[in-house]
Design a protein around this ligand. Sequence first.
Ligand code: 4AD
Ligand code: MG
Length: 466
Amino acid sequence: MKRTPIVELLNTAPAEQTVNARGWVKTKRGNNFVNFVALNDGSVIHDIQIVADVAKFDEELLKSLSTGSCISVIGKLVASQGKGQKVEIQADSIEVYGTADPDTYPLQKKAHSMEFLRENAHLRLRTNTFGAIFRIRHALSYAVHSFFDRKGFYYLHTPVITAADAEGAGQMFQVTTLDLKKLPLTETGEIDFSQDFFGSSANLTVSGQLQGEAGALALSQVYTFGPTFRAENSNTARHLSEFWMIEPEMAFYDIQDNMDLAEEFLKACIAYVREKCADDLAFLNERYDKELLERLKFVLENQFERLTYSEAVEILAGSNHHKKGKFQYPVKWGVDLQSEHERYLVEQHFKKPVILINYPKEIKSFYMKQNADGKTVAAMDILFPGIGEIIGGSQREENYDKLMARVRELGMHEEALHWYLDLRRFGSAPHSGFGLGFERMMMFLTGMTNIRDVIYAPRAPKQIDF
Ligand code: 4AD
Ligand code: MG
């Protein structure tokens, strides 16, 4: 018989029709006459109740229906007498696909700590919490593609292995097939990458943006959505070594257009997930973060505050918070804003999402459009409550000479960038783009406070399990 997902069964009018449900046992309770099994297949946060008459089934079989075991049940869909559910399945036959020994199965009936669940990342997907998180993750991915499709963008698959350092920050994982015990050296004693697999040094991409720009300067509007890798040694609750990023890139957009698109995009994603994942969000709101739903609504309904970096520094420097010495890091023009500053602006001062533009050029990437003041670049960061920076982007420098001057000033590897510089030599155009950290957005949508809890297997310093 064909399986019906539990999400469908729960929405079916019961008429004693024979159905087949398959899934993992959440809990079992009962007495000498009847057993009640809560069954979940991940299609929805709710379980379906299976009612098994003890007289009808083998004792051993009923015993094996412990938390975590996987079964297939054929039975009649009937209206439920009990409260908490509209329908249940009166079991006629039960097949056990896989038992789970209660003495060794890590997940118990009780709630587990997030730390414990992180140590069991392969099984945590079966909990209500992670079921909700991963259904939301799917919905968010879908919302991203659907938004850009509606807007006439093309999805560009940019390479994962590259020779360029897009952000110029040097936080790259190297990719090599050289024998690390016998590295070939050049005459000057450097590692001879001409003998390496690609004939040059190579690394995992930190961003698909540079290739995205080639796409935008041909197809006008593209976006990338893929894994990115950063070897920064920051073991924080907001950083991963492998994370997913969405990077739209648009020809003929200036920084204002860029801000408008980013705000519209974030709101469209929130609206979609709110509609599609209402039950999962309600669960997370109840269990983890009582203000989650309120916060989503608030961000949807309010305009983001837009101001310059310079204005933000003035606000921070003039704040009582600063005067009382409560910021750990210095506040003055020229410094990179720390998450404590970003969160102060968003959570204390404006009490809504903030878009900051025109940052000092020294703290931003080489490709950003140089402003007329000679000091700032047309960068844009979007800051969210509870998260800090969720989007980083900019208008790009489209002038060849200015870009080249910056590349040289920073002593960058010109060779690996020749094609990127070409984009300014042949049919250059004003263009802009931004990058949304997918997991940061997931944190915002789920209320999770640790980024390791919104991805299947977090990659972080000293962490490669699962
Ligand atoms: O600000 P970032 O470094 O910008 C770029 O990479 C640009 N190339 C984007 C563009 O203009 N196309 O990163 C963009 C976003 C950040 O705002 C943050 O949300 C996320 O990516 N991010 C991280 N998320 C998780 N772990 C990390 N280590 C992250 N680093 C950045
Ligand atoms: Mg950034």
